[in-house]
Design a protein around this ligand. Structure first.
Ligand SMILES: *Cc1c(COP(=O)(O)O)cnc(C)c1O
Length: 358
């Protein structure tokens, strides 16, 4: 029994070390991602924290994408301030930036397949090649792409992390996270860290996530199709100043997206209504079918206004660097009928027009 407590694949003795329902989820997601194994966590941040905690030591250097999920960025900042891990943020759109940032003490490269909210797509085969040449481990956050659109391990990633709270669960009713590993050594190291820190998943949450996974294929296909149609209509609409969606030929990441993604360009798009901050706020407050909510990947369409919610702490200059104008709206498409969604967007845009102002 004691031996089982020391092994990720030991008998199920105590649930923090391993549980059959949690293991079923880990096995399913590892198979979806083409990995050797997975470690589930209580949320996406739990999976990221265990992974970074297991792989990094004091004095190590990390090269990270400059437009990371805010929670990841905050965690890296804490590692820098309190744990002696140095971090350099670079625009990973050009892998040469990553090559230039790598130093002899660089241990880890962290990137996201598709970034929030403007849909930059990381050129994973080239990024992981640069990292591998320097002996650097690559961790990829694949939350926005899901393993249906992209499987980063096939492109050379060593670890793939997910906020299962988003697409894998799919219904905004459960928190969870996963780290998937290309090799068993890393899996064991992250398992040990997760067991120590308690960043593990509750079996009932695992059961809900397994149920969510059963419909992942149909949900993501529909979410991508809806996003593509809405992005095209918004781009053609005179009430819109800009649309950011990797499925549009004019998007700077479209070429990379075409090479890297299969089956769609994701369910998240961003757009800027003419009229800036006031129009963005008015739009967000006027949607009826869509919900104003700060998550994504739900079967329901969710709208956020990053300048007043997820990115509210950023200065105007930091917002600009993150590619976020103050009127920008993020839309995470659900599985509703696309004509119903367009009707809702159309009426909210009408309410956001300058002449509609009181
Ligand atoms: C939401 C999210 C996370 C964090 O996941 P939680 O489940 O909220 O802890 C990490 N990365 C990305 C890209 C996310 O969207």
């Amino acid at each position: 029994m004691a031996a089982s407590l020391e092994e990720p694949d030991g008998a199920f003795v105590y649930a923090r070390h391993g549980n059959p329902t949690v293991r079923a989820l880990e096995t399913a997601v590892a198979e979806l991602e083409g990995g050797a194994g997975a470690q589930a966590a209580g949320s996406g941040m739990g999976a990221i924290a265990s992974t970074l905690g297991a792989l990094l030591r004091q004095g190590d250097h990390v090269v990270a994408q400059n437009r990371l999920y805010g929670g990841t960025r905050a965690f890296l900042d804490t590692l820098r301030r309190h744990w002696g891990v140095d971090v350099t943020h670079v625009a990973v759109g050009d892998p040469e930036n990553v090559r230039a940032a790598i130093r002899p003490d660089t241990r880890l490269l962290f990137a996201e397949t598709i970034t929030n909210p403007t849909g930059e797509v990381a050129d994973l085969p080239r990024l992981t090649a640069v990292a591998r040449e320097a002996g650097v481990t690559t961790v990829v956050d694949n939350t926005f792409a899901t393993p249906l659109l992209c499987r980063p391990i096939e492109h050379g990633a060593d670890v793939v992390v997910h906020s299962a709270t988003k697409y894998l669960g799919g219904h905004s009713d459960v928190l969870g996270g996963l780290a998937v590993f290309a090799d068993d050594t890393t899996r064991r190291a992250v398992w040990e860290r997760a067991v120590e820190s308690g960043a593990v998943l509750d079996p009932f949450a695992a059961w809900l996530l397994l149920r969510g996974l059963q419909t992942l294929g149909v949900r993501v296909a529909r979410q991508c199709a809806n996003a593509q149609i809405l992005a095209e209509r918004l781009e053609a609409d005179p009430r819109i100043a800009a649309v950011h969606y990797p499925g549009l030929p004019g998007h700077p990441g479209h070429g990379t997206a075409q090479r890297l993604l299969s089956g769609g360009y994701g369910g998240v798009l961003a757009f800027e209504p003419v009229g800036g901050l006031r129009a963005g706020r008015a739009f967000a407050e006027s949607v009826r079918l869509a919900s104003l909510a700060p998550s994504l990947g739900d079967v329901k369409t969710l709208v956020t206004h990053p300048a007043s919610v997820s990115h509210r702490q950023l200065s105007a200059e930091q917002l600009a660097r993150a590619g976020i104008s103050d009127g920008l709206i993020r839309l995470s498409t659900g599985i509703e009928d696309v004509e119903d969604l367009w009707e809702d967007i159309d009426q909210a845009l009408a309410a956001a027009q300058p002449e509609a102002a009181p």
